[in-house]
Design a protein around this ligand. Structure first.
Ligand SMILES: *[C@@H]1O[C@H](CO)[C@@H](O)[C@H](O)[C@H]1NC(C)=O
Ligand SMILES: *[C@@H]1O[C@H](CO)[C@@H](O)[C@H](O)[C@H]1NC(C)=O
Ligand SMILES: *[C@@H]1O[C@H](CO)[C@@H](O)[C@H](O)[C@H]1NC(C)=O
Ligand SMILES: *[C@@H]1O[C@H](CO)[C@@H](O)[C@H](O)[C@H]1NC(C)=O
Ligand SMILES: *[C@@H]1O[C@H](CO)[C@@H](O)[C@H](O)[C@H]1NC(C)=O
Ligand SMILES: *[C@@H]1O[C@H](CO)[C@@H](O)[C@H](O)[C@H]1NC(C)=O
Ligand SMILES: *[C@@H]1O[C@H](CO)[C@@H](O)[C@H](O)[C@H]1NC(C)=O
Ligand SMILES: *[C@@H]1O[C@H](CO)[C@@H](O)[C@H](O)[C@H]1NC(C)=O
Ligand SMILES: *[C@@H]1O[C@H](CO)[C@@H](O)[C@H](O)[C@H]1NC(C)=O
Length: 561
């Protein structure tokens, strides 16, 4: 397992998917930028499966202003391998900020196991992201962005005292928040200067228009839209079905972000609803570690200690970092492991249970004074530029700018009552500061979120997702209504149902794409692996299921590995 801890809760697979795929036009340059054309060629870069193609679609930059020019949406395609082709399925890995071309070009055959061989698997880099043009390039280079944030709160996170009610803690956090606000304002002004109006087109509503437009190019005028969105991709899915209810073919959303909160509530108020299971996942990590014992989990000291014992040791360490940051001279970017960075690290580990053995080992090394692995992991920033802000701020409804005191008091409530990772998510998922965003998008969908769909959608939530809780899946299902949405629950930890394999879940997805069959109301699927292999208990599987399990395991590797 090439475990590397992902740093973003609602973002999956940024590095793995960025591995140098370049899409080049082979068409005559004179019409290569004609709106409504698609240009396919072979993919460059490692890891591409035979038969996959790379390319781009030329779409209107602005669907409401034909003279604004064009955008080029980077695409990956893995064709249907069955002669009975049914159409295209668009995939999105979340973020916002994550490119998706390689979901098709690396994992097309594996996704076909789950979705069906009758479908072309289409990956795409959404507006402003990856190889799609225009790209979000507020800074001259990723290094310039790194230099801007280095060792600021945007980089190292917030340090929180062990006693969150401590008055000095509040004062210190408010001071930190003043820095954060100034930094957001400054970086968005930089972006306004370098990108100007180009930065208006990265919002989710525009991405939905692109999926609509490209579906027509690929499958024809009356074709229905098929989509599988993970994490933030579930927001794309919710926008899509409600913007274009009559074009819904098969839509699966997995790891549900509440699209209503996303589009109408300022981000500093989100954690209260996002993180309701985060600390439970943390406790589960520690108890699974204790159960696995010292031979499997580096944080476990004795065969018979409890999860609470392990948790107490890790918490004592993280809390002490508030008073005494750990010097880390041998990291790639040498520095200090602070309380804020340790929280960022652990939050990153919670999203991916398959990373728990290696995360335990990284943390155990830090406990004995070597913070190299932890600091290196948190320093690997997922966003290279402001791709994420470009999506979240174009989507955000205008709101009255909160004072630093208001932001911190909200967070102190969350830290005390919801999750000790509440402030970590503000750094790991940079959606804040949108009051300083300099432009207005051409379109911002704000509902209604209860449209009756041409075909029902399938919603998947885990019982213990640290970033997109089951409650958000239930809300989305209730809003859409019983005739238009069915909820399937996967009984396990991690972020999205692809965090751990479940053959039961995969078979339900397959049946849905095959013939529209929905899982029975109340279906709860077990997972077929446990985070620590010693405790693994794979149920007896049929041969078909073995193949599914293999595909699921490979997808998990691409998304989280
Ligand atoms: C994929 O299918 C399209 C037709 O839908 C075809 O034009 C294209 O050549 C196929 N690609 C490969 C690699 O076979
Ligand atoms: C359409 O785009 C053009 C070119 O960028 C711009 O000059 C014009 O003002 C835009 N029109 C509207 C209505 O925004
Ligand atoms: C494990 O538990 C047994 C029985 O409760 C106890 O005798 C033993 O000392 C414990 N071992 C360790 C290493 O704590
Ligand atoms: C510290 O940890 C890093 C990363 O795990 C490892 O490469 C290095 O050898 C360790 N240093 C010492 C002195 O153990
Ligand atoms: C963005 O740039 C435009 C053009 O230079 C300017 O008019 C506007 O005030 C700027 N907005 C912000 C928020 O800086
Ligand atoms: C949909 O939601 C809106 C409020 O957003 C409400 O006014 C309307 O009655 C709802 N429609 C249905 C069919 O429930
Ligand atoms: C939707 O289905 C659930 C489960 O069958 C049922 O409990 C609920 O009452 C239904 N809701 C509506 C509005 O019909
Ligand atoms: C739908 O497809 C699944 C296989 O994915 C199959 O088991 C099921 O019987 C099919 N249902 C119908 C109604 O055809
Ligand atoms: C796996 O689960 C089955 C059924 O619950 C049980 O019979 C079996 O003993 C378990 N195996 C292990 C290794 O835990």
């Amino acid at each position: 397992m090439s475990t590397r801890v992902r740093m973003l809760g609602v973002q999956l697979a940024w590095y793995a998917l960025l591995s140098g795929q370049v899409c080049r036009a082979t068409a005559d340059p004179s019409d290569s930028l004609k709106v409504g054309t698609i240009h396919w060629s072979t993919c460059t870069g490692d890891g591409v499966v035979p038969g996959a193609e790379c390319g781009f679609a030329v779409v209107p930059l602005d669907y409401f202003n034909a003279s604004a020019g064009v955008a080029q949406i980077a695409l990956g395609r893995y064709n249907a391998t069955s002669p009975h082709r049914k159409g295209s399925v668009f995939l999105n890995p979340g973020g916002p900020g994550a490119p998706g071309v390689s979901l098709a070009t690396f994992s097309g055959p594996d996704f076909q196991q789950i979705i069906g061989e009758e479908y072309d698997i289409i990956g795409f880099d959404p507006r402003g992201i990856g190889e799609t043009k225009p790209a979000t390039q507020c800074y001259s280079s990723p290094a310039a962005r790194q230099a801007f944030i280095a060792n600021t709160v945007l980089d190292r996170g917030y340090d929180v005292a062990p006693d969150v009610t401590d008055e000095f803690n509040r004062y210190h956090l408010i001071q930190t928040q003043r820095d954060a606000d100034g930094l957001y304002k400054s970086q968005f002004e930089i972006c306004n200067e370098t990108m100007g109006e180009q930065i208006r087109y990265m919002g989710t509503s525009t991405v939905v228009r692109d999926i609509d437009f490209i579906t027509t190019l690929l499958d024809g005028e009356d074709a229905l839209i098929n989509f599988y969105g993970l994490s933030y991709g579930s927001a794309i899915g919710q926008y899509l079905v409600n913007m274009l209810p009559d074009r819904v073919g098969h839509v699966v959303i997995d790891g549900i972000l509440d699209a209503v909160a996303w589009s109408s509530v300022p981000s500093y108020k989100w954690e209260r609803h996002w993180q309701i299971y985060t600390d439970d996942v943390y406790k589960l990590f520690m108890s699974e570690c204790a159960k696995a014992g010292p031979s499997q989990c580096a944080l476990s000291k004795h065969a018979n200690e409890t999860g609470a014992d392990v948790l107490a040791r890790v918490e004592a360490f993280v809390n002490n970092l508030y008073y005494e940051p750990l010097a880390v001279p041998d990291a790639t970017l040498p520095g200090i492991l602070t309380n804020g960075r340790a929280r960022l690290y652990i939050l990153g580990a919670l999203i991916s249970p398959t990373s728990w053995p290696s995360a335990a080992s990284d943390i155990a090394q830090a406990l004995v004074g070597n913070g190299t692995a932890m600091l290196n992991a948190v320093n690997e920033k997922d966003t290279k530029d402001l791709e994420r802000s470009a999506v979240s701020c174009n989507d955000a409804a205008p709101f009255a700018p909160p004072t630093p005191q208001v932001v911190i008091d909200e967070q102190l409530y969350d830290l005390e009552h919801v999750s000790r990772f509440s402030l970590a998510v503000v750094t790991s998922e940079p959606d804040a500061g949108c009051q300083f965003w300099p432009v207005t998008p051409p379109e911002r969908f704000e509902g209604p979120w209860n449209r009756t769909l041409k075909n029902p959608m399938l919603i998947i939530s885990n019982t213990l997702d640290p970033a997109t809780p089951l409650t958000s899946g239930q809300l989305a299902q209730e809003r859409q209504g019983n005739a238009s949405a069915r909820l399937l629950v996967q009984d396990g930890p991690g972020h999205t149902s692809l965090a751990l394999p479940s053959v039961c879940k995969a078979a339900a997805v397959r049946a849905y794409f095959d013939n529209g069959t929905l899982p029975a109301v109340g279906t709860v699927c077990p997972v077929d692996a446990s985070p620590f292999p010693s405790a693994a208990n794979t149920t007896a599987l049929l041969v078909n299921d073995q193949q599914l399990l293999t595909s699921l395991t490979r997808i998990i590797d691409v998304l989280f590995g």
